[in-house]
Design a protein around this ligand. Structure first.
Ligand code: URA
Length: 241
C-alpha cells in the first residue's frame, strides 16, 4: 500500500530545507505535485510515485539517506545513551528528523569512517556476519608485533575467547604504526588481534569499508551525504550475490 506523507516532510527528508522554511516556500507556490501547484504543507502524497517539481524542475526522490561521518574519539556508536554522547549528537537539527543509525561500529575511542543511514535492509546486510567485506584500519600501538604476525593474520588468528578470525592482512609501518584489513567486525576485533600478537593498540582509525573510503577533507566530527557514485558502489557491493 502506498505510504502517504505530508509535502513539507517529504521535502525536508530530501534535504531541501527545514520544515519551517519549507512551509513558507510551499505557501508561496514553489512546488507542484503531478503538475499541479500545491500551496498546502499538509498536502499528502506518495513520494515514491508522485512527480514532484520545484519551480518547474523535477526533484529526484530518494528513499534513503546515507551520510559519511568522520567519527571523532569520545562518541559512542549508538543512537542514544543515558550518559555518553553518541555519534548522532554530532548531526545538526536538520538531520535529526531522518531516523538515522550507524551501519557498523567503531569503539568509543576509535575514529574514522562511519556510515549513518536510515536504510534498514542495507544496514542489516552490512552487519550480517555472513558479509565479508574488507575494512581497512590505521593503528598505532605500544609494544611490538611478534615475528611472523603478518603470516598469522593471513592464516587466520585465534584471539582471546578462542575465536578463529578469518584471514586478515597486517602491514607494519614505521614508528609503531600499521595497516590492518579485516573482513569481519567482532567486538574490539583489531585490538584483540593485535594483543594476540603482543601489541597494544593506542589509536585506531577506520579508513575504508568495502568501496567507501574516508574523505580526508572531512574534519573530525564532520559529515556529508555520499556522492551518487559512492552510494551506487555501496548498494551494489552489498546487494551483489
Ligand atoms: N576493531 C577494534 O578493535 N575497534 C574498532 O573500533 C574497530 C575495529
Amino acid at each position: 500500500m502506498a505510504k502517504l506523507e505530508r509535502l513539507d516532510k517529504v521535502l525536508s527528508n530530501l534535504g531541501m530545507g527545514t520544515r519551517k522554511e519549507l512551509k513558507n516556500r510551499i505557501k508561496s507556490g514553489e512546488f507542484a505535485v503531478d503538475g499541479v501547484t500545491v500551496k498546502s504543507p499538509e498536502f499528502k502524497l506518495d513520494p515514491e510515485a508522485a512527480c514532484l517539481t520545484m519551480n518547474g524542475q523535477e526533484i529526484r526522490y530518494k528513499k534513503y539517506v546515507y551520510l559519511m561521518l568522520h567519527k571523532p574519539a569520545g562518541y559512542l556508536t549508538a543512537t542514544e545513551d543515558r550518559h555518553a554522547a553518541t555519534v548522532l549528537d554530532l548531526l545538526d537539527d536538520h538531520w535529526q528528523s531522518f531516523d538515522l543509525f550507524p551501519a557498523g561500529r567503531l569503539d568509543k575511542d576509535s575514529e574514522g569512517l562511519l556510515l549513518l543511514t536510515n536504510d534498514g535492509p542495507l544496514t542489516h546486510k552490512i552487519l550480517s556476519p555472513k558479509n565479508h567485506v574488507d575494512k581497512l584500519y590505521y593503528i598505532e600501538y605500544d609494544g611490538a608485533f611478534a615475528d611472523g604476525s603478518a603470516e598469522k593474520f593471513a592464516a587466520g588468528l585465534t584471539i582471546d575467547g578462542g575465536y578463529l578470525c578469518l584471514p586478515a592482512k597486517l602491514e607494519l609501518l614505521p614508528e609503531n604504526a600499521a595497516l590492518v584489513t579485516i573482513q569481519e567486525g567482532k567486538y574490539h576485533q583489531v585490538k584483540r588481534m593485535a594483543e594476540a600478537c603482543g601489541a597494544t593498540v593506542t589509536y585506531l582509525k577506520r579508513l575504508k569499508m568495502g568501496p567507501l573510503e574516508l574523505d580526508e577533507t572531512l574534519e573530525k566530527g564532520a559529515y556529508r551525504p555520499l556522492t551518487d557514485q559512492e552510494e551506487a558502489a555501496l548498494v551494489s557491493c552489498f546487494t551483489a550475490e
